[in-house]
Design a protein around this ligand. Structure first.
Ligand code: ANZ
Ligand code: ZN
Ligand code: ZN
Length: 819
């Protein structure tokens, strides 16, 4: 019963302060006033109908601690929140529930907001944004037009996954083993006209700047891997007996060029139909047709059996002049490198499997340092010594590779290049719930951008927004939307009906928060200068690749357009660990193992939930939810409350010098530890430091009562606790009779002398005479004491170059050096 009263009491306290904070606008972003700024931002959440779980709170609580801490440090803090409401997840969820995304996203966002307030998150709600509102997506469209003007947005045919029975395109994730996830019919690849953003133009910079970002290493590694730079050589190969017919190949191993025994073109290669011999044409065409049913992902599967067809043509090796047969095979991708390769079966596993299957020659040109070579079912892919390579025999393969690359360049047939695995960003969706692409198609003028003053191109309200099934957007069904006049010639024209994928909205939202009311452009340049780049960006690793790359790309384009003066939006990024359910599985509605903040707050209070989330593991570590462990956080907060009951005014006289002294040292050590830990995102050890401190406080109080030193210590604890447990800290602050609000107090400063570890004097004797006294930290071990003594300048003088015969350490306080 008592417990129940305590929690319902906690909930009253929380509700009361939440109301007061909102009334007083406590977390409103300050106007410019010369203070240093701090912009603390969470990844842009998509508000789902499931609401927040305690897993999401693992993101929002730490950024809230940092924001509150920075405010107390005297920074002007921008800590905003908004909704990534457009896009496929929202649309699919709406379809599944039979609701309209316009209604559901607003409702879900309101629920997120309620939950975030419940856990005490100190967002400036005046700056809330929603990417599906026209006053936001108007500017997403504006940036699209900027990209278009700069030649960075273009239309091209692109292969998409197409399910003929569902009459729809599918994302790669929706293709399971070559079949549609919904109807299990085979998926074909089909070419549809799509919009792309030329992110590859920035590949080199996106890669190079990863060196300068303060991000977790595994996220940087994922970015680098995705960009996927390969250094190599591109060179031309002529088709034997067909003057003028030539193709280029890309290789990372020019050193293996003498081992080329065939060449391969991708099924998409434009030269294919021209070079194929008449008697091979039917077979080649059948193969090309078959390969259309295979997705790119599947084509790169190393487990898959390699197959292909001979074209009847031969190509000439530019180094040896020897002819090799040209095959078509789908393990070569049309969209990577040049879409054609020189095949070296002895040193490339894929080529090796292919050659063995079709009985093609295998010529070893490299021997490993231990004599390793191609054997059994493995090609030797390493470096080593050149063999069977004419003038290069006997050279190390790395050097020979350089020499061959140079020779190809000098002969004018090749050049060194860097290939990126990254593709241009396919931004168009044939779906309803997104920002319409602001383009008009005119018979006479072609592709015409919508003039800026006509933005936004509004997304019409369609009660029936289901995908049409013919690969076009549902907007194509709406004549009022489609039919328009050409902005260039005034004639009849048709609007683009594709919409932008959700990643467009999240590629610039961090700029909007600086001044979400601005209506002269996507962002207010002055406010952006004041707040950006973002000081701290926090989110989950699941968005570590696409979102971050796209946002970095848009930032660079805006910088090149002279609109902002920085090129990286998020110089510092941190990524929280995942909270799995108690069973170790991912929390998900279908498993029924989701734990919501609402239920935990109802049982234990919001501050307890916050402390538990911070304390349960290091910030970046994955953990399983453990509700029993919450008792530790609960006990700690109860102890703080009990300590608070006795305080208010000092009621006891000062205690003995020794105890007051060590309490003061504990205060300053705790300030130092908590400060350093928060700066280093070590929230768990920061909480531990406060727990220890509350223990010593309780012990002290038991002995001496509420002395002046106790009151000072307790007040400090409350200020330290404020960012972590904002409700209880506010309540205790009020009980201390202090003016509202604890969240507007200065962060305690530690006194370095008091925070320092206790020092003792190490006395050093040489041959029995005291020669030096060195201040050292207490608790030095013998080895350290010995080292410190021998390092002493005075001791060395008295040794006069002699080696000590014996060094005796006594009790960590006295060292006797005997010569
Ligand atoms: C000859 C060679 C010999 C190769 C050798 C490798 C080892 P990454 O690292 O991914 O860039 N390649 C080139 N274009 C390709 C395409 N469109 N589809 C499939 N494979 C392609 O790999 C570069 C290597 O992958 C290139 O170097 C080429 O094979 C192949 F002992 O050329 B190599
Ligand atoms: Zn299907
Ligand atoms: Zn026109």
């Amino acid at each position: 019963m008592a417990e129940k009263n305590e929690t319902s009491n906690a909930r009253d306290v929380e509700a009361r302060w939440q109301r007061r904070w909102a009334e007083e606008g406590l977390y409103r972003t300050p106007e410019p006033d010369g203070r240093p700024t701090f912009y603390c931002l969470d990844f842009f959440p998509y508000p789902s109908g499931a609401g927040l779980s305690v897993g999401h709170c693992r993101n929002y609580v730490p950024t809230d601690v940092i924001s509150r801490y920075q405010r107390m440090r005297g920074r002007a803090v921008l800590h905003p929140m908004g909704w990534d409401a457009f896009g496929l997840p929202a649309e699919n969820e709406a379809i599944a529930k039979g609701v309209h995304p316009r209604d559901s996203t607003g409702r879900y966002a309101a629920n997120y907001k309620r939950q975030m307030s419940l856990i005490g998150a100190s967002y400036d709600w005046q700056r809330e944004i929603n990417s599906s509102h026209p006053d936001y997506y108007r500017w997403t469209q504006w940036i699209f037009l900027l990209l278009h003007r700069r030649g960075l947005a273009y239309q091209a045919l692109a292969p998409v996954n197409w399910c003929a029975s569902c009459q729809t395109t599918l994302a790669n994730e929706e293709v399971e083993g070559g079949d549609c996830w919904r109807c299990h019919q085979p998926v074909r690849r089909r070419d549809l006209k799509q919009w792309f953003l030329r992110i590859t133009a920035y590949a080199a910079e996106l890669l190079a700047e990863t060196e300068r970002l303060d991000w977790p290493e595994h996220i940087l590694a994922m970015q680098r891997h995705w960009i996927g730079a390969s250094e190599g050589v591109e060179f031309g190969m002529e088709v034997d007996g067909q003057p003028g017919a030539a193709f280029r190949v890309f290789t990372t191993r020019p050193d293996t060029v003498y081992g080329m025994t065939f060449a391969v073109l991708a099924p998409e290669h434009p030269l294919l139909s021209r070079i194929v011999s008449p008697e091979r044409r039917a077979e080649v065409e059948a193969y090309v047709d078959r390969s259309r049913t295979v997705t790119e992902v599947e084509r790169q599967n190393t487990e898959r059996q390699r197959d292909g067809v001979w074209t009847g043509a031969q190509a000439l090796n530019p180094v040896t002049g020897r002819p090799v047969p040209i095959f078509v095979a789908d393990y070569v991708l049309g969209s990577y490198g040049t879409g054609a390769i020189m095949a070296v079966p002895a040193h490339d596993q894929r080529d090796y499997e292919f050659a063995r299957r079709y009985g093609l020659p295998i010529v070893e040109v490299i021997r490993g340092p231990e004599g390793e070579g191609t054997a059994g079912d493995r090609a030797y892919e390493g470096q080593g010594m050149m063999v069977n390579s004419g003038p290069y025999d006997g050279q190390p393969s790395t050097e020979a590779g350089q020499a061959i690359a140079r020779a190809l360049e000098e002969a004018g047939v090749g050049r060194r290049t860097v290939q990126y695995r990254m593709r241009d960003w396919l931004i168009s969706r044939q779906r309803y719930w997104g920002a319409p692409i602001p383009i008009v198609h005119c018979e006479g003028c072609g592709t015409v951008p919508v003039p800026e003053e006509d933005l936004p191109v509004r997304l019409p309200h369609l009660p029936d927004f289901l995908p049409r099934g013919d690969g076009r957007s549902p907007l194509a069904n709406v004549p009022e939307f489609v039919e328009t006049t050409c902005p260039a010639c005034g004639g009849p024209a048709r609007r683009e009906t594709d919409t932008m994928g959700g990643f467009a909205c999240s590629s610039w939202y961090f700029l909007r928060f600086a001044d979400p009311w601005y209506d002269q452009g996507p962002f207010n340049p002055e406010a952006v200068r004041r707040w950006l780049p973002v000081d701290l960006y926090v989110g989950g690793a699941e968005h570590a690749v696409m979102h971050l790359l796209y946002a970095r790309f848009w930032t660079k384009v805006l910088a090149d357009a002279g609109l902002i003066d920085f090129r990286e939006p998020f110089p510092r990024l941190r990524s929280q660990g995942i909270v799995h359910a108690a069973d170790g599985k991912r929390m998900s509605k279908s498993r029924g193992n989701v734990v919501t903040p609402d239920e935990v707050v109802a049982r234990h209070g919001a501050d307890t939930l916050r402390l538990h989330l911070l304390f349960m593991a290091p910030f970046d570590r994955n953990v399983n939810w453990d509700e029993e462990g919450i008792a530790g956080a609960e006990r700690f907060l109860q102890r703080v409350c009990r300590l608070g009951e006795a305080t208010g005014q000092a009621s006891a006289p000062a205690a003995s010098g020794r105890d007051d002294d060590s309490l003061r040292r504990a205060i300053h050590k705790t300030i130092r530890r908590v400060t350093e830990d928060v700066e280093a995102y070590k929230f768990n050890t920061a909480v531990a430091a406060m727990m220890e401190f509350s223990n010593s406080l309780a012990a002290y109080q038991e002995r001496h009562g509420s002395t002046p030193a106790f009151c000072e210590a307790f007040e400090t604890l409350i200020r330290l606790l404020a960012p972590f447990a904002p409700y209880i800290a506010e309540e205790m602050w009020a009980r201390l009779g202090r003016a509202f609000s604890v969240h507007q107090q200065a962060w305690p400063e530690h006194n370095p002398a008091l925070a320092a570890d206790e020092t003792v004097t190490l006395v050093v004797q040489v041959n029995g005479k005291v020669r030096d006294r060195i201040p050292v930290a207490a608790g030095l071990d013998d080895g350290e004491a010995r080292a410190r003594a021998l390092a002493s300048e005075r001791v060395r003088q008295h040794l006069e170059g002699r080696d000590p015969r014996q060094v005796i350490v006594v009790g960590g306080r006295l060292v006797n050096v005997v010569t």
